[in-house]
Design a binder for this molecule. Structure first.
Ligand code: UDX
Length: 446
């Protein structure tokens, strides 16, 4: 099947590569010439396990192509995916200017029936807007062509994007046209073999499903973080509580890990966007607002512990930081807790010696060269001469470090752990002062 994908970001590129991998003929359009040229050379703009070979192989096989020529893109596929960004505007609502620009482009150049699929996370009602913009453009052209607009949200996770896309748990399709369903079944057939993963619904429900999923996950995390704050004050250990409640199959073990706050390109943005949507229809979303507030506070936990230990003035202090990415297996630092941490430490006069297995270039890109940020080549190098170690991301190779090396390198044996990687008792027996999230006992020791 011929497929066009507008927007070669995370969602667009992974979806395009996976569709090409199963045999579809995919053309990707982006306004960024540099990105398009690089992709043709096999240079991938993001770090994502398995993506580089997938893009290269399918490009070489001629099933995956890239261009900046929008007209060529519109003429290529019957299926036209919109996978451009929906950044938050000043008040946190999703800004739809890129989505509507693509809708206009499709309508400007189309010469036959098109199926337009919204892959981007877009507020409820966006399909109607896309339809409106397209109809207006067609009217202005004076042509009488038909088209469908489908909501087909993407649920992939960064760091597991290729496998999530290859083996989706569900394929949500929102449409008001039965005939389109057949085309979508054909498109997604390779992913739908063992059992039917297509969940059909009306367009608005599909649009809301995406927000509801992300907001539910964010709610689980903020809930656990709130309980961890209670555990800390009550002398209980949140990690024990987590296992205790996770064993209830109605609750489950997934997504109940307390920590120094959720980040990334989706949760913070989508929670905010749904809050704004609710407000525009006169509904006060108390729970969602609390989810956001708890998370904002949670990102201040590690800076709070550090100031509790060292005092408010951190002039002359150096902190080793392990983990810059918002989670492991990605180089993405959008809304990462590490950023709030570093910016708070800098404001108090401290220097940061940071190490991340993937996000060093990204940190450099965001912060440039500054005297109070030293990007170190290894996690051991980051420790040298630092006053304490701070952990923001649970990369696998931070889980079992050589504690003697840490102790010898640090001026004082203090660890601030935002991801609860170590056993508090064992860590304190090793001679460390250990601050973790919601582990009452360890904080009393501290
Ligand atoms: C998320 C959704 O999972 C995905 O379905 C959607 O399509 C996009 O948004 P992603 O942003 O890649 O994916 O990250 P995810 O793995 O969900 O983690 C988000 C944040 O939550 C991370 O900062 C992570 O550290 C944090 N988190 C996750 C916790 O603090 N505790 C948990 O138990 C799980």
């Amino acid at each position: 099947m011929k497929v066009t994908v507008f927007g070669i970001g995370y969602v667009g590129l992974v979806q395009a590569a996976v569709l090409a991998e199963v045999g579809h003929d995919v053309l990707c359009i982006d306004v960024d010439e540099n990105k398009v040229e690089n992709l043709k050379k096999g240079i991938i703009p993001i770090y994502e396990p398995g993506l580089t070979p997938l893009v290269k192989q399918n490009y070489e096989a001629g099933r995956l192509n890239f261009t900046t020529n929008a007209e060529e893109g519109v003429n290529h596929g019957v299926m036209q995916f919109i996978a451009v960004g929906t950044p938050p505007d000043e008040d946190g609502s999703a800004d739809l200017k890129y989505v509507t620009a693509v809708a206009r482009t499709i309508a400007q150049h189309m010469n036959e029936h098109k199926v337009v699929l919204d892959k981007s996370t877009v507020p409820v009602g966006t399909a109607d807007r896309v339809r409106g913009v397209m109809q207006e453009t067609l009217n202005a052209r004076g042509v009488d062509l038909t088209f469908d607009v489908v909501s087909n949200p993407e649920f992939l996770k960064e760091g597991a994007a290729v496998s999530d896309c290859m083996r989706p748990e569900r394929i949500v399709v929102g449409t008001d046209n039965e005939e389109v369903v057949e085309l979508l079944r054909e498109l997604y057939e390779p992913f739908n073999r063992n059992h039917d993963r297509l969940i059909l619904m009306d367009i608005r429900s599909a649009e809301l499903t995406k927000y509801a999923a992300n907001c539910m996950l964010a709610t689980k995390i903020s809930f656990m973080n709130e309980i961890s704050n209670l555990a800390e004050r009550l002398g209980a250990d949140i990690e024990k509580v987590r296992q205790g409640i996770g064993s209830d199959s109605r609750i489950g073990y997934h997504f109940i890990y307390p920590g120094c706050g959720y980040g990334g390109s989706c949760f913070p943005k989508d929670v905010q966007a749904l809050i704004r949507t609710a407000e525009t229809i006169g509904y006060k979303p108390r729970l969602l607002q609390a989810v956001e507030d708890v998370n904002d506070d949670q990102k201040m936990k590690l800076p709070g512990f550090i100031k509790r230990h060292f005092g408010d003035n951190l002039q002359g202090k150096t902190f080793a930081l392990w983990g810059l990415a918002f989670k492991p297996n990605t180089d993405d630092m959008r809304e990462a807790s590490s950023r709030v941490l570093m910016e708070t430490l800098w404001a108090a006069g401290a220097t940061v010696q940071a190490f991340d297995p993937e996000a060093m270039d990204e940190a450099q890109r965001i912060y440039g060269h500054r005297a109070d940020l030293k990007l170190m080549g290894t996690k051991e190098a980051a420790l040298q001469g630092a006053d304490a170690l701070v952990i923001c991301t649970e990369w696998q190779n931070f889980r079992a470090p050589d504690f003697d090396v840490i102790k010898n390198a640090l001026k004082q044996p203090v660890i601030f752990d935002g991801r609860n990687l170590y056993d508090p008792e064992r860590t304190s027996k090793r001679g460390f002062v250990y601050y973790a999230i919601g582990r009452g006992a360890s904080l009393q020791i501290a």
